[in-house]
Design a protein around this ligand. Structure first.
Ligand code: FAD
Ligand code: PYC
Length: 417
């Protein structure tokens, strides 16, 4: 005769789960996976990789509604830097830069990380004061950053226009030499291949549609377009879509989703040696190894879930690029696209536990999470494995918005938006 626990019967009566099973008095059956990661972008795949390599947890599934790297990971302008103002942020992003420095070797996959330097331009006294403040704060935190005069900035990046007659003349720049770029697809593929080899299941075309919770509200499974999957730990890493996924567990997130755009030119011979960003006149640019100039535009002014944005946004960026680099005026643009970024009120990410047992979240990277990919994956894996944050991600907890402990990194992280 089957015997049911009273709790199981009550749960069935109140939740009406379609796949309810008799609860034997013997121990609960082991769930299918030790952990499920929702989102097969760089951050999700890196999380699975570090769960397997650092914490010996390889019985993990990464669920991706489209194809791996098809979200922001494959849509960004790949700028990597750690020149953030606040101590918490500098520690977070520099943790990532240090992992980038050994990533191709660790994954045995060339992610084409190139530390060619990231230069941020100053166009007025306010920019100069703000960027110098960053230089000093970074150096106190052991993060490299240096101030360049306008002629020194031009020597570092010869196509740069430093004519005093410009509408927004360049009066100096902050240079982080350890900053640079990487190949975005390769980051997703490298982590995926390495995680797969360690036993992680990566399941594409598998959208999560519900998060099922059991006794006490703890996570017990996810429902997907390919069936239900049992697990007691779910990590949500679904940039741009975080609010909709978290709503499946009845959690409201302090996030807004915006389209952010980028574009590339026709390929040309190597001409642009570094990364240049101008927050004030809204432009950032580098050259990919294929030869295309990679140009970042801004976010739309209002929220949306479309992976495209308004045309006037990249047009405005191109005006700024032509003024800063007149040599590019006759280049043709090949294509433009958008991605959905989710933005917190203090422009800093959220990496941590939630009020739902077994549910963890990693989001809010806004316009700047590509550079964080290895660090984010490593810290999120730690948090999932130990059920507590690493000291580096402890300040980035979700409930900081409840008690007002805001990091407020907007000035450094919001780039040209
Ligand atoms: P994603 O790669 O977006 O992965 C999330 C995945 O979750 C997606 O693949 C999505 O399909 C999946 N998903 C969503 N919902 C579900 C569901 N219900 N079920 C299953 N899967 C789901 N950052 C920088 O540091 N430097 C830059 O230069 C830079 N430039 C940028 C330029 C643009 C145009 C854009 C759009 C972003 C830029 N960023 C930049 C930001 C950066 O791209 C992101 O912060 C980062 O890539 C986020 O990585 P991710 O792995 O969290 O997200
Ligand atoms: O965070 O460096 C950055 C960045 C550049 C473009 C978009 N984000």
């Amino acid at each position: 005769m089957q015997r049911f626990s009273a709790l199981a019967l009550i749960r069935h009566a109140f939740t009406g789960h379609k796949t309810w099973r008799p609860q034997w008095r013997s121990p609960e059956p082991k769930p299918r996976y030790d952990a499920v990661i929702i989102g097969g972008g760089g951050h999700g795949l890196a999380t699975a990789y570090y769960l397997a390599t650092e914490f010996g947890i390889a019985n993990v599934a990464v669920l991706e509604k489209g194809w791996i790297g098809g979200g922001n990971t494959g849509r960004n302008t790949t700028i990597i830097r750690s020149n953030y103002l606040f101590d918490e942020s500098a520690a977070l992003y520099d943790h990532a830069v240090k992992l980038w420095e050994g990533l191709s070797q660790a994954l045995n996959y060339n992610v084409m990380f190139s530390q060619r330097g990231v230069m941020m331009l100053a166009h007025n006294v306010h920019d100069q004061q703000s960027l110098k403040r960053h230089v000093h704060a970074n150096r106190l935190n052991g993060v490299d950053n240096e101030w360049l005069s306008a002629p020194a900035a031009k020597a570092f990046c010869p196509p740069l226009n430093i004519e005093a007659s410009m509408r927004y003349p360049v009066i100096g720049a902050a240079l982080q030499r350890r900053g640079g770029v990487a190949r975005h697809d390769a980051v997703a593929w490298g982590y995926a291949r390495a995680a797969d080899a360690l036993g992680v299941d990566i399941i594409e075309n598998c959208a999560v549609t519900a998060i099922r919770r059991g006794v006490g509200g703890a996570v017990e499974a996810v429902e997907t377009t390919r069936g239900a999957i049992e697990t007691r730990k779910v990590g949500v890493v679904a940039a741009g879509n975080t609010s909709t996924v978290m709503a499946m567990a009845d959690l409201r997130m302090p996030l807004e989703s915006y389209p952010l755009q980028a574009l590339v030119s026709e390929p040309v011979k190597p001409i642009f040696p570094c990364v240049v960003m101008s927050n004030t006149i809204h432009a950032y640019i580098s050259q990919s190894d294929k030869g295309e100039l990679v140009i970042g535009a801004g976010t739309d002014a209002y929220v949306s879930y479309t992976q495209r944005g308004a045309l006037h946004v990249p047009m405005h960026t191109l005006e700024a690029i032509c003024e800063l680099f007149p040599i590019f005026r006759r280049l043709r643009m090949l294509r433009n696209w958008g991605g959905i970024v989710d933005v917190t009120p203090d422009r800093s990410p959220i990496i941590g536990k939630t009020s739902v047992a077994g549910l963890y979240v990693n989001c809010g990277w806004g316009t700047g999470g590509f550079k964080a990919t290895p660090g984010s994956g490593h810290l999120f894996a730690w948090t999932l494995a130990k059920d507590e944050p690493h000291p580096i991600n402890a300040p980035f907890r979700l409930d900081r918005f409840r008690d007002g402990y805001l990091i407020d990194e907007a000035a450094a992280a919001a780039v040209a938006h």
